[in-house]
Design a protein around this ligand. Structure first.
Ligand SMILES: NC(=O)CC[C@H](N)C(=O)O
Length: 230
């Protein structure tokens, strides 16, 4: 580790959901430069951060708590300027639009040019685990265990001409899609896209923080965060 390098501050939105698990994963990384982890609950917390992770949980609740704590607009500004990784509920909040919302709809932060469906795989009973292969991870030949809990489904990739391109970095095999989501041509795209990058951001519809495999956390810091730090 280069110890005289400035400390990189990585925030984890800590309003609701699996933020402690993300903190635990980050703390276990052996990185090339020092990081400080901040559990973000206030604007002061957010202003200290160079990057942000939005955890799994309940996106409607996270958005409501962000609104009540005056963080919604600051988070939207943050997303427009710095790297953010959304996992599951966090993925929903990163989407430009969301379907299958609770009655009354929900706020999202935007940041990725996609439409995502809440609970796209179904209810808790349809939660599952599936091995995925991600070329950018360390030891890419070792599958990563995707934990899908009432997970969203990417239903549309809709980058505008001036948006950064969307890079699909992990997909599930189409036969894992529930019948309701099967495409007639069994192509599966984009519904099988379970990890995406666009510009500074990373989106996973599953929960790397709920495994003992910290390669996605290392990938986010190495690929999305450190390159933005001078
Ligand atoms: N595991 C999760 O984060 C579930 C996401 C939740 N279904 C939502 O709509 O926000």
């Amino acid at each position: 580790m280069v110890v005289d390098a400035p400390v990189v501050v990585i925030g984890i939105l800590a309003l609701q959901g699996a933020f402690v698990e993300h903190q635990d994963s980050l703390e276990r990384l052996n990185l090339s430069r020092p990081i400080e982890i901040v559990l973000v609950r206030t604007l002061e917390d957010l202003d200290r951060c160079d990057a942000l992770i939005i955890p799994g949980g309940e996106s409607t609740t996270i958005a409501l708590l962000a609104k009540l704590s005056g963080l919604l607009e600051p988070l939207r500004r943050f997303v427009s300027q710095k790297p953010v990784w959304g996992t599951c509920a966090g993925a929903i909040l990163l989407a430009d639009s969301v379907t299958n919302t609770k009655r009354g709809g929900q706020e999202v932060l935007g940041g990725m040019s996609i439409t995502i469906a809440r609970n796209g795989w179904g209810s808790q009973l349809e939660s599952f685990e599936g091995d995925i292969t991600v070329s950018g991870l360390k030891d890419p030949e070792v599958p990563f265990k995707g934990v899908f809990i009432r997970a969203p489904v990417v239903v549309e990739l809709k980058p505008k001409s001036d948006d950064p391109p969307i890079q699909v970095i992990a997909s599930l095999s189409p036969e894992l899609l529930p019948p309701a989501l099967q495409s007639p041509d069994h192509s599966g795209e984009p519904k099988t896209c379970v990890a995406l990058r666009q510009g500074l951001h990373l989106l996973t519809t599953f929960h790397p923080e709920l495994t003992n495999d910290h390669r996605f956390h290392e990938y986010f810091v190495r690929e999305c965060v450190f390159p933005t730090i001078s």
